[in-house]
Design a protein around this ligand. Sequence first.
Ligand SMILES: *Cc1c(COP(=O)(O)O)cnc(C)c1O
Length: 372
Amino acid sequence: MPKAEETVLEIDLGALAHNYRFLRSKLDEDVKLLSVVKAHAYGSDSVAIAKKLEELGTDYFAVAYVEEGIRLRENGITKPVLVLHPQFTHFESIIEHCLEPNLYSERTLQTFIQTAEKLNLENYPVHIKLNTGLNRLGFDEPEISRISELITGTKRVKVASVFSHLAASEDWQEREFTVGQIDLFRKMSRQLIENLGYEPLLHICNTSGVINYPKAQFSMVRTGIGLYGYGNDKNIDPQLKPVGKLKTIISQIRKLDNGATVGYNRAFKVEKPTRIATLPVGHADGINRIYGREKAGVFINGKYAPIVGNVCMDIIMVNVTDIDCKEGDEVIVFGGPQHPVDFAEAGGTISYELITGIQRRVSRVIIPENKK
Ligand SMILES: *Cc1c(COP(=O)(O)O)cnc(C)c1O
């Protein structure tokens, strides 16, 4: 890889392939794998990622917004796409682009059926979300008979899958609660299937569900964060490879003496002769203020350089007093020598928030899988 000449997010499709195969290896034969590519594929590049996942053999995709699904279709993605959180105004464009809605309330179900009627469709694939304790989206247990009536009373839609979402699949302290969610899902989906007279796909596991609850795979799993290289678990993380690596360069280096201060609000005070490097990445790129004031740091020539003072909109300053480096040298913010989880934790957050927060103005550089 040529050295970065600006701030870039490298996206390693070889790492994606490795993670995909790792997750696949955890699944029983015949269990389908749905790849979650919402939020620009967790802050990377949804089209490049989805194309690679299609090549690797993913069975399904999921996005959050309809617009995200349309982008996949416009770029030639052909596998089914579940839209996790559609709004009414987009129901017609869902159909126009062969996307499949999650229907999670009587209001969404009825409106979607009406839309399908208006367009004279039959057996349009829809997904029914059951609430088993996350209390976010989904039908509650007492609603099963009512929705069964609505669905069996029309030929307009056909249930492609029934699913639910776990609240704490990564947390062993919550094991009992999670097992309760899985049991309730089994019970509710059975009731729904009996009423429908056919068996759609069933799925409840996200990445940590796949890892921690292997008996809850049902007929499909939905993996997001694991594909991007994170296992929500210190034992699993080393077996996965982070797909994203945020790189930048040193714009300027300056030497400062005692009494000088660095950056806005004079937040860093120099107490001994110090070398400071200025880097072209800031809170408008997703490196939030929380990482400043020496909470987190970057790597330069293999050495840790703490972020000093306040993070600016487009710039951070790092302390390179003890590092052999010069202007133009490459800097690794996360990925490579610094696991992104360690960077996220230094700022008191989680991998999901860090990687989805890298803004679109940072160029994405796709590194193809190295096929040996
Ligand atoms: C985002 C999301 C997922 C993916 O979860 P990971 O923890 O990233 O694997 C799965 N299901 C639903 C409903 C989601 O919103």
